[in-house]
Design a protein. Structure first.
Length: 197
């Protein structure tokens, strides 16, 4: 479980496809603070460490993960947002993020507005009742507040600190991002759907 507050970014070092899986090696910004079998959020995707040393670490993405996320577009030297799992005794500064990506979305507009940036995204799936204005959403693992939303398009405001400390600073119109809807909203939606049956 994560809270959508990015600790740092890191670079992709190697990409190796074996059968239907993708093995990814990253630079290790955590040095000896991480270990094999630990889960880290990479652009909002919960991936388990399978190899670790002080310089690099590796993860494996399964066929299902590749199908649901933007890992298909990943290239060597791309910057990826990182967040280690939450500690239960700490404050949740964002919102509860599972690292289970619901869909991908395409950046359709980026506007700089009075010191912050307004990013607009077109979702691959219909947003329906999954998102609400002023609600929470995770984009590439970053906990953000929805400013506006329609059937397929939503926008978020990104403050300078978030812009500088995450891979938002490298994003361009046409890039794809990972999206995870608020888990509380998903449970409420399912409960109401079952109640109406």
């Amino acid at each position: 479980m994560f809270n959508g507050i990015i600790e740092c970014t890191t670079q992709v070092q190697q990409l190796n496809r074996k059968k239907n899986n993708l093995y990814i090696t990253f630079k290790n910004p955590f040095f000896d603070q991480i270990k094999i079998n630990q889960s880290i959020s990479h652009n909002g995707i919960c991936l388990t460490l399978i190899e670790v040393n002080k310089k690099n670490y590796s993860v494996m993405a399964s066929e299902e993960t590749l199908r649901c996320t933007n890992l298909y577009f990943l290239k060597i030297k791309d910057e990826v947002n990182l967040e280690r799992g939450m500690k239960l005794h700490e404050r949740v500064n964002g919102h509860l993020v599972q690292g289970h990506v619901d869909t991908i979305a395409k950046i359709v507009e980026i506007n700089k507005k009075n010191g912050s940036w307004l990013f607009s995204f077109k979702s691959k799936k219909k947003l329906d009742s999954f998102v609400v204005e002023k609600g929470s959403i995770a984009v590439n693992g970053i906990s953000l507040t929805i400013k506006k939303c329609t059937n397929y398009i939503f926008s978020v405001s990104v403050i300078p600190y978030t812009y500088e400390k995450t891979n938002f600073r490298f994003m361009k119109v046409g890039n794809f991002v990972n999206v995870e809807y608020d888990i509380l909203g998903k449970y409420i939606r399912k409960f109401l759907f079952l109640k109406m049956k």
